[in-house]
Design a protein around this ligand. Structure first.
Ligand code: HAM
Length: 424
């Protein structure tokens, strides 16, 4: 019996993978401009990192983690997100001591959540994320948001909506929390079992409940924005001022709470409003997480970041009908006839490639015509023909596939000649 791919995962095959590479390259290019440096952390971590960091009462920790005991009887979890791991590393590697502050990092790699698979929701997905640690300036919140927006825009997306909210500082959240408890408590019996638990543990999570989202008490729930103290209000206003200054349109949505516990002050999501995008429209989510470093055992450190998945990025490109230029074709196909000529191309191919030219030859002992067909399939810009006669005369025939023009070139200077062509 054949074995099939696990549910909620996918193979990214040639033809599709080039889109991923373009997005990844653009993300790296932007990070270079914005001065974020790459960090690579392990794919698995101690389970405790996520239960403490992401939060015990979140869906991620409660229901979605791939957790197992390793042979040393440690509880290990495949990372469901990147922030907790980056902050763990920041604390462990004492990056708070670096001369350059804030520490600005980015990452790209697979994350794992045991969710119900559907369009845009995978069990293994790739996140690109950034984290800026060590600054409390709302200008860096605006920078992080603009990086995400620019990445989407530079890949051609237009139908984007940015929503922002403030979850305030600790004092504001405590006041809001009390108001939420008072609001839901009298009728908590009408809510799901999870929400009944959330009431005392973390009432904010009730607002994020997928099951009870249509309950009438949801809409009338007290908004965090009414409970922001002066500091939090001023912080949020400054962020809005910077976004306006950067020409980034946004909407404030007081119901945006995000699904992870570490957030305070800024929370944001970027959605696609392309028609036909499907039910899950969030492309990117992020926010501020002052206090997370302390939670993990480090010094008090402010932080802000976002993560987006490449899967949803590509879905948004598809929904907007954006075709990325992926198949560029190769520079040169070496077509050879006769044993000696074929042998010769082994070395010539190597020389071309080492000279920075993408090149291919036949490996199936195909006839001449079939080699030209193969060259066509590879979208070769040039086909170089080497037959027995050419080899004897130390010449090679080069055909420009776009114009049909042919020239004969000295075999010894062919690589040099081709480099010149490429440089034109
Ligand atoms: P998150 O909202 O859980 O936040 O995920 C961020 C993004 O990851 C989502 O907007 C979505 O694009 C993608 N994503 C999440 N789950 C899936 C899935 N099952 N399939 C495909 N894509 C998915 C975080 O992970 C935070 N660590 C973001 C952050 C960084 N906050 C501060 N810094």
């Amino acid at each position: 019996m054949s074995i099939s791919i696990p549910r909620g995962t996918q193979d990214i095959l040639p033809g599709e993978v080039e889109k991923w590479q373009l997005i990844e390259a653009k993300a790296r290019e932007l990070c270079e401009k914005y001065q974020y440096q790459e960090i690579r952390t392990p794919i698995f971590e101690s389970t405790e990192l996520f239960s403490r960091g992401v939060g015990d009462s979140t869906d991620i920790v409660q229901k979605e983690m791939y957790t197992f005991e390793d042979r040393g009887k440690r509880s290990i979890t495949l990372r469901p997100e990147g922030t907790a791991a980056v902050v763990r590393s920041f604390v462990e590697k004492k990056m708070f001591g670096y001369a350059n502050q804030p520490v600005k990092l980015y990452y790209m790699g697979p994350m794992f959540r045991y969710e119900r698979p559907q369009a845009g929701r995978f069990r293994q997905f790739v996140q690109f994320g950034v984290e800026a640690l060590g600054s409390n300036d709302p200008a860096i919140d605006a920078e992080v948001i603009s990086l995400a927006m620019n990445l989407y825009k530079e890949m051609g997306l237009r139908k984007l909506k940015l929503i922002i909210n403030s979850l305030g500082d600790k004092e504001s959240r405590v006041a809001h929390r009390d108001a939420l408890v008072n609001h839901f408590k009298p009728r908590i019996g009408e809510f799901c079992h999870d929400c009944q638990n959330r009431l005392e543990k973390n009432p904010l999570r009730i607002l994020d409940c997928k099951q009870d989202r249509d309950h009438e008490l949801m809409e009338s729930a007290p908004s965090i924005l009414e409970f922001l103290n002066d500091f939090s209000k001023a912080y949020f206003e400054k962020l809005q001022q910077y976004l306006t200054q950067l020409d980034i349109p946004f909407e404030v949505d007081a119901n945006l709470v995000r699904g992870l516990d570490y957030y305070n002050h800024t929370a944001f999501e970027i959605m696609s409003n392309a028609e036909g995008f499907g039910a899950i429209t969030t492309l990117c989510g992020g926010g501020r997480y002052n206090g997370l470093a302390e939670e993990i055992g480090g010094p008090e450190t402010p932080g802000i970041g976002f993560a987006l998945s490449i899967e949803r990025f590509i879905a948004a490109l598809n929904a907007e009908g954006i075709e990325l230029e992926t198949d560029q074709g190769i520079d040169c196909y070496l077509a050879a006839l006769g044993e000696e000529a074929k042998d010769y191309t082994v070395g010539l191919l190597q020389q071309l490639r080492m000279a920075g030219i993408s090149a291919e030859r036949d490996y199936l002992d195909r006839k001449f015509k079939a080699q030209f067909k193969a060259a066509d399939r590879l979208k070769a810009k040039y086909v170089a023909v080497l037959g027995e006669d050419e080899l004897k005369n130390k010449k090679i025939n080069l055909k420009n596939m776009a114009t049909g023009d042919q020239v004969e070139i000295e075999l010894d200077s062919f690589v040099h000649y081709f480099q010149g062509l490429k440089g034109e």
